[in-house]
Design a protein around this ligand. Structure first.
Ligand code: TDO
Length: 513
């Protein structure tokens, strides 16, 4: 059975073809029209109309060529770096690119949908490419776009690209702005960010901020995929780092934001291994792959790396000055906090220029409608009420502020650990009352409760199982971060007003629904 991976371009696939070898050599299938691609606009059931092959010497670069029919591209000998660029203005992955290494030893096939540009760089002297096409070549129907267009800014390997042998036709192809006039206002130098966990509240806000043309998101099997995202299983990558390597090799991002994680604090207590996979070893696999492809890593962590035992709002010995400072001594109390400490440590060891962003009590619009503010709004709307701890202090953080400050820190070249939170420190009960007031809802059914050590925290649902020990006086100081960035986090009241007034680009759940 062939293995196949959707690429970060809608309708494009990389297929690893099975090869059947024996002492005579091997038999290899290439294109099959019964290949299931789940998409109406690709090959399933479509006839092929032309078969062609080409030979290229080492250093030859061809492309980008766009046809009105699909192409199934595979390699017969040699090796190439294959590149696709989405030139379909109505595609959710418009202007994104995808990279694949194809070689005789790893005989992959690439399905190029109609309207997607294709190009490649030959890396050996006898590269032979095979094309099976859904239409016949008619030069007047082809759209060619300059391989090194500054707006597309495809990250070809610099040395090889500088020395590449390019035909006169390809060197003078249309610029992107000529072939696609809607791109005329786009700035050159755009780079792609990879957001791991784009269906979540942090990843979603990042995708919204970075706009879809500058960002590729990933989703895991149990989350609703955002349009144009690619699947990635962080849990599996923890034990099979090749999955992370492959994702990075397809996307070649400038920055990787690792937002996915196992953030259910009581759940971590019950499944320590899963916490380690999702909060430590999976992110480490991503960081190792990012290092290979020269991408900057941003890893989201938490104030639960601390024990929350500061004696007062300004406790020097605990490193607490209206919130923990970045250098405060670590002492996680629960499995979740410990797994995040392990993740932070491993990533910084792998790449000291990585950025670790500690945040806490994140809320804001999201596709899944799961965060505390959604739960509260639902309970207040149906008057079922909610019990909320009044002794757990933190810094509620609006996801769009978190995204904006994250991107600004990256832009400014920040490395190491930074706190990124809202500036108000308040307990969960005070937060709930503030949210209710900002939403114009009656907060009388919100009950402040004391934290019971070791009890699961479910905000009302019955849960007799063991829970995690919670640090109480948490929250993070923003002093270091605010000295670097110009974006200022909103107060809870302003954030809720902003949320209500500004629809979420990817379509978030409505508050109260
Ligand atoms: C592609 C093609 C070219 N030709 C002719 C036109 C020209 O005289 C000569 C060389 O053409 P090109 O320089 O365009 O060939 P080349 O650069 O190899 O074109 C190929 O590039 C890669 C990136 C693709 O994706 C392919 O679909 C195809 O467009 O061959 C055909 O007769 N039939 C064909 O199907």
């Amino acid at each position: 059975m062939a293995q196949r991976w959707p690429l970060p371009i809608q309708g494009a696939y990389y297929i690893l073809l099975p090869r059947y070898g024996d002492e005579r050599g091997y038999m290899q299938e290439s294109f099959r029209t019964d290949t299931k691609l789940d998409l109406g606009d690709t090959v399933e059931g479509q006839p092929s109309h032309q078969i062609a092959w080409s030979k290229s010497c080492k250093g030859v670069l061809r492309g980008f060529h766009t046809s009105p029919y699909y192409k199934a591209v595979s390699i017969l000998s040699g090796s190439i770096l294959d590149v696709l660029v989405d030139l379909r203005p109505h595609s959710p992955t418009y202007l994104k690119y995808a990279f694949m290494n194809l070689s005789e030893e790893e005989p992959g096939e690439v399905i190029v949908p109609p309207g997607v540009g294709h190009g490649f760089l030959s890396r050996s002297d006898d590269t032979r490419m095979l094309y099976v096409q859904g239409g016949v070549y008619k030069p007047e129907q082809e759209v060619n776009v300059r391989w090194n267009d500054a707006v597309l800014n495809v990250p070809w390997p610099k040395e090889e690209a500088d020395a590449a042998l390019v035909s006169a036709k390809d060197s003078t192809s249309a610029l992107l702005s000529e072939a696609r006039p809607d791109t005329a206002t786009l700035k050159p130098g755009r780079r792609i960010s990879l957001v791991i966990g784009a269906s979540g509240q942090v990843g979603g806000a990042l995708c919204e901020l970075l706009t879809d043309a500058r960002c590729v998101g990933t989703y895991c099997a149990n989350a609703a995929p955002r349009p144009g995202c690619v699947p990635f299983d962080m849990d599996a990558a923890a034990d099979n780092p090749k999955l992370a390597e492959q994702l990075l090799s397809f996307v070649r991002p400038a920055v990787v934001y690792i937002c996915a994680g196992f953030t259910w604090v009581d759940g971590c207590e019950r499944d320590v291994e899963k916490a380690q996979r999702l909060n430590h070893r999976g992110p480490l696999a991503v960081a190792q792959a990012a290092k290979v492809y020269g991408a900057k890593v941003v890893f989201y962590s938490t104030d639960y790396v601390f024990d929350g035992r500061a004696a007062s709002m300004t406790d020097d010995a605990a490193g607490y000055a209206n919130g923990y400072v970045e250098t405060a001594p670590l002492n996680p109390l629960n499995v979740y906090g410990k797994s995040k400490v392990d993740g932070e440590t491993a990533i910084l060891q792998c790449d000291p220029s990585a950025l670790i962003l500690r945040t806490t009590v994140v809320y804001g619009p999201e596709m899944q409608g799961k965060n505390f503010v959604y739960q509260l709004a639902r309970r207040l709307a149906d008057a079922s009420g909610m019990s909320v701890p009044n002794d757990q202090v933190g810094s509620p953080t609006y996801n769009r502020d978190l995204a904006a400050i994250s991107a600004e820190l990256v832009e400014k070249g920040a490395t190491g650990i930074y706190n990124v939170v809202g500036e108000e420190i308040m307990d969960r009960y005070a937060f709930a009352v503030e949210v209710a007031s900002a939403l114009g809802l009656d907060s009388s059914t919100v009950k402040g409760t004391e934290t019971v050590a070791g009890a699961a925290q479910t905000f009302g649902k019955a849960d007799a199982q063991v829970g995690a020990e919670r640090p109480l006086r948490c929250g993070l100081s923003m002093e270091k971060t605010l000295a670097v960035v110009s974006h200022r986090p909103r107060s809870v009241r302003d954030a809720i007003a902003h949320w209500k007034a500004t629809p979420f680009a990817a379509g978030a759940k409505e508050l109260g629904s």
